[in-house]
Design a protein around this ligand. Structure first.
Ligand SMILES: [Zn+2]
Length: 460
């Protein structure tokens, strides 16, 4: 979809007459201001072009009148020299809100950097925010000077008496004129009889609206909204991060033939053979106690650790499997665009065994089946996803298949088989596999010691 539209911009310059009663001496001097104003309006899909043009012109005239009133509010009374503090105070409030918003916006952009351990990032953005605030202040002073220079006090033109102000606030003693009626030579030569007044009488009860200059807060509104949005986004991200840091999921698996009690911190999990449960723990170090029904028990420490990016973006799989006796299959899945013939996509795969605790980064499909198809984005010809699954086969078959495929790593296979033996699997065939792997790895001494400790020396 293409968004079509046109922005109409209008800029108007006009001489504006401002009569403002002095709050001290009551004088009503006539000020002439060379004012200008800009307005813009957008016509979506080029619909209502004329309307957009008119809205732009109206905005421009509103800005023009506002500038004239602002200029008058900045200049002291020519008769007594009294300054009206209201306008400078209002402009300062707007400036204060804008400057504070600018600092908040840039500090907010920099805050995540400080949070993830890059304080210079936050410092740079805070500095930009402060510079921006200073620039707003300078602009504010220049604007005041410019406005004061555009105002001159002149004798009121006589035509003003018959001219309607375009804006009036009788309470405040303010009247604003945009042009004044110049009498035609005819009417000047023959003044109209009193029964026919040149100016129509004002309708009775007609209410003149007081001028509504935007308040300091309205002027600073876009800045305030942006500052609010940035603050909200930072707080939301920070809140999510803090929550996730306190709520990491651990998958606890008991691959042994004995049932097991696994105690992590103050949570005790009872696991039947082959069972998997999840438990939520905060990040950090945790003490784990494992007690198997066959009497074997051991203790270990695990550490749950994530960076902010891993916490918020790509989750880490934390898996505790008793005695390291569950092989896990980590593999890549390569999705290829069928219209493009790509040779040999070679997905990588690893079998993880013999270690009881895993923290595996960026697992997209954890103990779930990946989809048959995925969408390729941005002209990509292939996409690689990662998955992790349990291998719940008989350890004898696992060893046989892994040996056959050349995937067997003795450094992992030995603790894996020892885990099963300690976990209650006393089958002689398993001990035979164990001895074979020991022989291949030339670790006979270690194996003899283990078998003796496990009370299996007589059996094979
Ligand atoms: Zn005065």
């Amino acid at each position: 979809m293409v968004y079509v539209g046109r922005t109409h911009s209008t800029r108007v310059h006009h001489e504006v007459g401002v009569v403002q009663r002095c709050p001290r001496c009551g004088d009503t001097p006539f000020a002439l201001v060379q004012a200008s104003g800009a307005g813009s309006s957008h016509s979506a899909y080029m619909i209502d072009e004329a309307g957009a043009r008119r809205r732009a012109a109206l905005d421009a005239y509103a800005a023009l009148l506002e500038e004239a009133i602002t200029a008058r509010g900045l200049v002291p009374c020519p008769s007594c020299g009294a300054r009206d503090p209201r306008m400078p105070a209002r402009l300062r409030r707007t400036l204060g809100l804008k400057a504070a918003s600018a600092v908040v916006i840039f500090a907010g952009i920099g805050a995540p950097g400080v949070y993830v351990g890059y304080p210079w990032f936050g410092g740079v953005f805070l500095g930009i925010g402060l510079l921006f605030a200073v620039a707003l202040g300078v602009e504010h002073l220049l604007r005041q000077r410019r406005l004061r220079a555009r105002l001159t006090f002149v004798p009121p033109p006589p035509e003003l008496r018959t001219t309607e102000p375009v804006m009036e606030d009788p309470e405040d003693g303010l009247a604003v004129y945009l042009g004044w009626d110049v009498p035609t030579p005819a009417s000047a030569a023959a003044p109209p009889p009193p029964s026919e007044p040149t100016a129509p009488p004002r309708p009775a009860g007609r209410q003149k609206r007081p001028p509504t200059l935007p308040t300091a807060r309205q002027k600073a509104l876009p800045f305030l909204m942006l500052a609010g949005a940035v603050t909200g986004a930072v707080l939301l991200g920070w809140g999510a991060d803090v929550w996730l840091e306190g709520h990491q999921t651990i998958h606890v698996i008991n691959p042994c033939v004995s049932s097991a009690d696994v105690r992590i911190g103050d949570a005790t999990l009872a696991l039947a053979p082959g069972a998997m449960v999840t438990v939520t723990r905060p990040e950090g170090r945790h003490h784990v106690q494992v007690s198997l029904q066959n009497g074997h028990s051991y203790e270990t420490d695990i550490t749950l650790e994530n960076s902010v990016g891993q916490r918020l973006g790509r989750s880490t799989a934390f898996i505790f499997n008793v005695l390291g006796a569950e092989p896990l299959l980590w593999e890549e899945i390569v999705y290829v665009d069928e219209r493009v013939h790509r040779k040999n996509p070679r997905p990588r795969a690893r079998i993880l065994m013999g270690v009881d605790f895993h923290a595996i980064r960026d697992v997209e499909y954890l103990f779930t089946e990946p989809p048959d198809e995925v969408e390729l984005h941005g002209g990509a010809q292939q996409a690689i996803r990662t998955m992790l699954s349990r291998i719940q086969e008989d350890p004898i078959d696992v060893i046989d298949v892994a040996t056959e495929q050349g995937l067997l790593n003795p450094n992992q296979a030995l603790p894996y088989l020892e885990g099963h033996i300690l976990g209650g699997d006393r089958r002689p065939e398993l001990a035979t596999r164990y001895l074979a792997v020991c022989g291949d790895a030339r670790q006979d001494a270690r194996c003899q010691a283990f078998l003796q400790k496990a009370g299996l020396t007589q059996e094979p």
